[in-house]
Design a protein around this ligand. Structure first.
Ligand SMILES: [Fe+2]
Ligand SMILES: [Fe+2]
Length: 253
């Protein structure tokens, strides 16, 4: 256990962590394992839904990479003495988890641009985590996720060229984004957020991470004409938005 530059202790082995810290660590690892395994299944199923061989090949590649990300989390959890299989078993079905129709290519394309990137923005924080065995594995994951996002942006650009398809892309986006914000980031305020910041499990507040995610997305949305969903869509899912987040969304509605 050695302090980092900000004086927050860091941990290099499983037996150094205990109590509330360990409990929060397991919760965060569980959330990432759920997201990675559900995403592996989405890309696996999307091999069938993809329209071209190139897209099918990429879906297969992404499914394999998401499975590798999942396995890294399984290893970290197993080293901590947790039952990773039981954690995977306790996750809702992948389609339900992300609100997706896995037979619909537009759903997959929106997922690739929206949901998968939400996960990456969290991983940017985990890469700096005070639990080093986890943080050190995230470099590879982030490199893969950059590629996934490039493909998500590429898909968005392709869809924007066809008005009918783009209208459908917008309607699926309206449905998926509020769920992604809620699922990927959780509540922006509260004791959990404070705890994670105080113990270096995250370096930026949940509000900051959500805003970084939406700002990044805004750039590609402005280029293609995609709009954020109305605030009603977020309210329907009970996705809490702080004023700074509402400002970013309001700029592109
Ligand atoms: Fe991943
Ligand atoms: Fe991904």
């Amino acid at each position: 256990m050695a302090p980092d530059a900000s004086g927050i202790p860091t941990y290099t082995t499983p037996d150094e962590v205990s109590g509330d810290y360990r409990e929060m660590l397991i919760r965060l690892l569980t959330r990432q394992l759920w997201a990675e395994t559900a995403t592996a299944e989405v890309f696996g199923r999307s091999i069938s839904a993809a329209p071209s061989w190139r897209e099918k090949y990429m879906a297969a590649e992404f499914a394999f990479e998401e499975a590798q990300h999942s396995q890294m989390l399984v290893d970290v959890l197993d080293d901590l003495g947790e039952d990773s299989q039981a954690i995977v078993d306790s996750r809702p079905d992948a389609a339900m988890f992300w609100h997706l129709d896995l037979t619909n290519w537009i759903h997959i394309a929106v997922f690739n641009f929206t949901v998968d990137r939400g996960g990456s923005q969290q991983i940017i924080e985990y890469q700096k985590s005070s639990y080093r065995p986890w943080a050190e594995k995230m470099d590879v994951v982030l490199a893969d996720e950059e590629e996934h996002y490039d493909n998500g942006v590429e898909n968005l650009r392709q869809f924007s060229k066809n008005p009918d398809q783009f209208a459908e892309f917008q309607s699926v986006f309206n449905e998926l984004l509020p769920n992604a914000v809620k699922r990927c980031f959780g509540r922006p305020e509260g004791a959990d957020n404070e705890f994670c910041l105080a113990h270096g499990l995250k370096r930026v507040s949940t509000e900051g991470v959500i805003n970084r995610y939406l700002e990044e997305m805004s750039e590609f949305m402005a280029e293609t004409g995609l709009k954020f969903p109305s605030f009603d869509e977020f309210d329907k899912l009970n996705a809490q938005l702080l004023p700074s987040t509402r400002d970013i969304i309001a700029k592109l509605q």
